[in-house]
Design a protein around this ligand. Structure first.
Ligand SMILES: C[S@@+](CC[C@H](N)C(=O)[O-])C[C@H]1O[C@@H](n2cnc3c(N)ncnc32)[C@H](O)[C@@H]1O
Length: 247
């Protein structure tokens, strides 16, 4: 499996994702996750440099992470509180680190890093195995932008600044999208493959794994998801015996 978050990306990840580190956004995310985790443990798939795991742990929720990139984990470890986050290096579609999590979460479009349907299905199955009865799986992911594509075009720009340009190149035939990142200041180009995925397809994957849709919001403020929503925050739950708290 290719690691697209090696040393060069890890070194600039926090700076290049600065809007995702905005304190008010992180606070909203952590509030939702803490409520879902309740008194239990949380599992972050693709924990990265700890953008969410660290503040969630600081709020009192024990967090374990699964992560492919040792370079990203090194950044997490170097931050205050980083030593307190357990991390298993591995592929979150196939790694199992326990079976008692009340919450597993996969944010920032990272489900799309799994570039086949089989891998995305396997991810739901792996999560379901690691959830305690009544536990929840939360996914934050964009809605595929195919409505932005006029006939005959495949590219959607998503980041233009003085030094960084980025665009997505969609292939609806294979449900794949390659994101291109150009750093005009340094004269570099990086491309990363993704598999875009629709909300209804995720619901089916959840169902295959024995999970039930509990919430679908448009954002972390829990606004209703509509046909105009650019992303969704979805929560599926593993059925419990009926006597646990409903999240
Ligand atoms: C966009 S970053 C998100 C990091 C962090 N969750 C955040 O919100 O800032 C995606 C992370 O997922 C990791 N990742 C991607 N695919 C993975 C996989 N199959 N297994 C484990 N980690 C993976 C990447 O190495 C990277 O650190």
């Amino acid at each position: 499996m290719i690691d697209y978050f090696g040393e060069a990306v890890a070194a600039t990840y926090d700076r290049n994702s600065v809007e995702r580190f905005a304190p008010e956004l992180v606070e909203s995310i952590v509030a939702v996750l803490a409520e879902l985790a309740g008194d239990g443990r949380a599992l972050e798939l693709g924990v990265g440099t700890g953008r969410i795991a660290l503040p969630l742990a600081a709020r009192g929720v024990p967090v374990h992470g699964i992560e492919l990139s040792a370079a990203m984990v090194a950044r997490l470890r170097a931050k205050p509180g980083g030593a307190g986050i357990g991390v298993t290096l591995g592929d979150f579609a196939s790694t199992n680190v326990g079976a008692d999590f009340t919450l597993a979460y996969l944010v920032f479009n990272t489900i799309m890093n799994l570039t086949t349907q089989d891998a995305q299905v396997a991810c739901f199955r792996a999560v379901a195995e690691q959830l305690a009865p009544g536990g929840c799986f939360l996914v934050e992911v964009m809605v595929p932008e195919l409505r932005k594509l006029p006939a005959g075009q495949t590219a959607v720009p998503f980041g233009f600044g003085p030094e960084r340009w980025a665009y997505s190149d969609y292939d609806p035939a294979t449900q794949s999208v390659i994101c291109h990142y150009l750093d005009t200041g340094r004269g570099t180009h990086r491309s990363v493959p993704f598999r875009y995925v629709w909300p209804a397809e995720l619901d089916l994957m959840a169902r295959l794994a024995g999970l039930e849709l509990r919430h679908r919001w448009a954002d972390w403020e829990r606004r209703p998801f509509t046909g105009e929503s650019a992303q969704h925050v979805s929560v599926w739950a593993k059925p419990d015996s009926g006597d646990g708290p409903r999240r």
